[in-house]
Write a protein that binds this ligand. Structure first.
Ligand SMILES: Cc1ncc(COP(=O)(O)O)c(C=O)c1O
Length: 433
């Protein structure tokens, strides 16, 4: 089976009928017909290794057999597919597993809200609830944060490309520098504390501080544990709710089920989506400190809060992967392998590569320029690897391989990436000579 180099391009029906808003299809112009584990197959039979994994929505890979079997069994017995927010056996099984295998072992007692099935919806619910609970309007969000593109979530998102699509003002959010934003060692947590303590700073008392422990879309910026602890503490001191957006970094991606476990944080609200269903099916959660569950029935609702197929695969995934610590250990080992390889590549090309970024299995190479990172992505795709960029200038080549990827596929993908970096840099040097 050949890797990459598919001949077919996305022509015809897509360019004729689909909106120009499509984006990933432009970087990967082939028609995919099959997916298994960390491998995608295009129409002509060409194989691709998937280091994008639905942008961290497929942490357990494509069509994991244990999840697929549970879903097929459920569909075969005419299990309820759509249930609004009514009780179903599928939802009960998910909540039971989530309670016994995720929350309790971690000493957490969140009430689970099922908002609409996207990450942005989980964030909308979190923001609304924080404002309702505190009676305050302002929210503190961070530079390079990404929280989704619906208006409330977008107001917390930094990226001007996405903000530009809003068409209305995006208010009631103050954006402040994330950890290491200035790259000069300055303590941005202390700066925020100072602003919030000064009644004349012009920053309104916030309902919440919303933060990603590792900024995925913002460029794999991993905050230091010390900084995160300071942010949590100052949220408490200023009576703001502490929201961790774990939509991309959670469900194992940063190394543990919740990205904040190893940091020792206890957020008031947590948002989860992407890989929570485990199968790429739409599902999102807003986890709420018990005493903050101030919703009136149906106050934040939505037709697709009861995607039972997603509950089935989510319950199966928790049962299969999170019963003991072996999965977590395997993520750690794979993360080390990727990191070591990335460090070698970065050291070899320190003029072109600023370094390795991220944490766990959420790692990237800072190529110092969007054009260079884009060229690496293009070259990788031609050689059979699906990988994307992130960061304010799209300058980070971002590896989000499935956490379940077999070592052979992982190593092969890394080899393709390394070869693509080499040839991109060689071409650049030749052109400059
Ligand atoms: C941290 C974070 N929050 C929220 C979102 C939005 O999720 P969705 O695209 O499902 O609306 C994303 C998506 O990339 C994300 O990475």
């Amino acid at each position: 089976m050949a890797y990459g180099n598919a001949s077919g391009v996305n022509e015809g029906i897509f360019t004729r009928r689909e909106s120009r808003v499509r984006s990933y299809a432009r970087n990967f112009p082939v028609r995919f017909v099959k997916a298994e584990g960390a491998r995608l197959t295009a129409q002509g039979g060409e194989l691709y290794i998937d280091f994008l994994a639905g942008c961290a929505s497929l942490n357990y890979g494509h069509n994991h057999p244990a999840l697929k079997a549970a879903l097929i069994e459920y569909i075969e017995r005419n299990g309820v597919a759509h249930s609004l927010d009514m009780e179903t056996d599928a939802k009960a099984a998910f909540l039971e597993n989530f309670e016994s295998l995720v929350l309790r072992p971690r000493g957490l007692d969140y009430v689970v809200q099922f908002p609409g099935p996207t990450g942005a919806n989980a964030v909308e619910a979190a923001l609304k609830l924080a404002r309702k609970a505190t009676g305050r309007r302002n929210v503190i969000a961070f530079t390079n944060g990404f929280h989704g593109v619906t208006l409330g979530a977008l107001s917390c998102t930094g990226n001007s490309h996405h903000r530009g699509g809003a068409g209305v003002s995006l208010g009631d959010v103050t954006h402040v520098p994330y950890d290491n934003y200035y790259k000069d060692g300055s303590d941005t947590a202390a700066q925020l504390d100072r602003m919030l303590s000064d009644p004349s700073s012009g920053v309104d008392a916030p309902a919440a501080i919303i933060v990603e422990t590792v900024q995925g879309e913002g460029g794999l910026n991993a905050a230091s544990f010390d900084w995160l602890r300071k942010i949590e503490k100052l949220a408490r001191r200023h009576e703001a709710l502490f929201i961790v957006d774990d939509i991309q970094a959670g469900v194992g991606r940063a190394g543990s089920f919740f990205s904040f476990e190893s940091v020792g944080l206890k957020p008031d609200i947590v948002t989860l989506a992407k890989s929570i269903s485990g199968y790429g099916l739409p599902m999102a959660l807003t986890l709420i400190r018990r005493d903050l569950d101030l919703w009136k029935p149906g106050e934040h609702n939505g037709t697709f809060r009861g995607n039972c197929h997603a509950f089935v695969t989510a319950a199966a995934a928790i049962e299969f992967f999170w019963r003991d610590r072996s999965f977590e250990e395997s993520i750690g080992a794979k993360g080390e392998l990727v990191k070591a390889r990335f460090e070698r590549i970065a050291e070899r090309h320190s003029a072109q590569i600023a370094g390795v970024k991220g944490r766990g299995m959420m790692l990237g190479l800072d190529m110092r320029s969007g054009a260079r990172a884009g060229a690496v992505v293009k070259e990788s795709f031609a050689r059979g690897l699906v990988i994307e960029t992130s960061g304010p200038h799209d300058e980070i080549v971002k590896c989000l391989a499935p956490l379940t990827i077999e070592e052979g596929d992982l190593v092969r993908g890394l080899e393709v990436l390394e070869a693509s970096v080499e040839s991109t840099i060689a071409r650049e040097l030749k052109e400059a000579a």
